[in-house]
Ligand binder design. Structure first.
Ligand SMILES: [Zn+2]
Length: 199
């Protein structure tokens, strides 16, 4: 058990390559026609996978991607912006919509009238500004969400069991290859059977 751990023949890192529809091959999991090839970083392993399985985290997870991280970051910023803007907009909501105590302060109503009027006006302007800004940012946010959901990752890491399966396949293929070569190059590989016993 104290032996040094043997390094796997290839790393758990695969790049996606697209092939033409006419070159589609069965997905390695579900056998549906697939046009995406996952090619190991050191090119010792590759296989076809459909888009559905590429999105299945029990099969593979995308490796960190800068472009994707930027999109997620801008989504977070937009969401925060929108929350802030909505708070600000609520604070300057036009008088008629948010005031429940219209009947108070009747005494100094006339004195305040002018100043209230101008304050309301600027609040109305602010409200409209926030409204426009919220509309723009909401559009931007939904565009960002679409970009994130349609993002094509360029590199994947396989689920541990899937990766182990790939390595086992590879080792088995290597062993078969070595065996075939041995059979082909060594005439004494099979013991000779007396011909009379074959009949
Ligand atoms: Zn599939």
């Amino acid at each position: 058990m104290s032996q040094p751990k043997q390094l796997p023949p290839f790393p758990n890192s695969y790049a996606t390559k697209k092939v033409a529809d006419s070159d589609a091959k069965p997905c390695t999991i579900c056998y549906k026609p697939a046009t995406t090839v996952l090619l190991n970083d050191n090119k010792m392993d590759f296989f076809y996978t459909c888009d559905l399985h590429l999105q299945d985290e029990h099969f593979a997870t995308p490796l960190p991607n800068e472009e994707h991280a930027e999109l997620v970051k801008s989504r977070e910023e937009l969401e925060k912006n929108l929350t802030d803007l909505k708070t600000k907009m609520d604070a300057v909501k036009p008088y008629i919509w948010n005031n429940t105590d219209t009947k108070t302060s009747t005494n100094d109503k006339d004195d305040k009238k002018d100043s209230e009027k101008s304050a309301n006006k600027s609040n109305n302007e602010k409200f409209k500004e926030y409204e426009t800004e919220i509309r723009d940012k909401t559009i931007k946010l939904s565009e960002t969400n679409i970009k994130i959901s349609q993002f094509k990752f360029k590199a994947y890491k396989l689920n541990q069991d899937v990766y182990r399966g790939r390595i086992q396949n590879y080792i088995k293929a290597k062993m078969n290859q070595a065996r075939t070569q041995k059979i082909q190059s060594d005439p004494t590989f099979f013991p000779t059977v007396p011909s009379n016993k074959l009949e």
